[in-house]
Design a protein around this ligand. Structure first.
Ligand code: HEC
Length: 143
């Protein structure tokens, strides 16, 4: 009898550990504050034909909507930038190019994010405007 109780007890502990392990694995290991993008975001191409007019338009929009945080030259040093986020807000390092193809930059600007806060433009801009911003903001990156 005692043996049976012990065995059932051991089984229950085992099952408990199993459940805990499985649920820990399922709780998406999302880095706190990381961008969560759909896989295909990077495949999206800028539909605009590049021209000076597109870049000039993109620059105007950047000055109106981005500069207060990302700064005039994109270094993340605008008046509304929070100091602790500045390194991640720097749009200029060449090393950032690989993780920020046009489609990804578009997605980030279109959808924004909660923490740290970046406003979503989908509520007050057209896709065409946002693609112009993408084109301009990619010129801020060092080659
Ligand atoms: C209220 C301030 C604010 C405004 C306005 C803002 N951003 Fe951001 N932006 C941020 C913050 C904060 C981050 C995230 C930094 C991080 O990853 O932790 C960010 C990140 C980004 C990134 C990703 C950088 C990377 O390497 O992952 C891009 C690209 C970007 N912003 C472009 C823009 C553009 C273009 C605009 C204008 C349409 C804009 N942002 C407007 C605050 C802002």
């Amino acid at each position: 009898m005692i043996k049976r109780v012990l065995m059932i007890g051991a089984l229950m502990v085992y099952a408990g550990v199993l459940v805990a392990t499985v649920s820990a694995a399922n709780a998406a290991p999302q880095k706190k504050g990381a961008w969560v993008l759909p896989d295909n975001a990077k495949d999206e191409k800028n539909p605009l034909t590049m021209s000076d007019a597109v870049l000039v338009g993109g620059k105007k929009l950047y000055e109106a909507k981005c500069q207060r945080c990302h700064g005039k030259t994109g270094k993340g040093d605008g008046p509304d930038a929070e100091l602790k986020n500045q390194a991640d807000m720097d749009l200029t390092p060449a090393a950032g190019a690989a993780k920020n193809p046009d489609g990804v930059v578009f997605w980030k600007i279109w959808n924004g994010r909660e923490t740290p806060k970046m406003p979503a433009l989908k509520d007050d801009s057209t896709k065409e405007q946002v693609w112009a911003i993408v084109a301009y903001s990619q010129t801020l990156r060092k080659k």
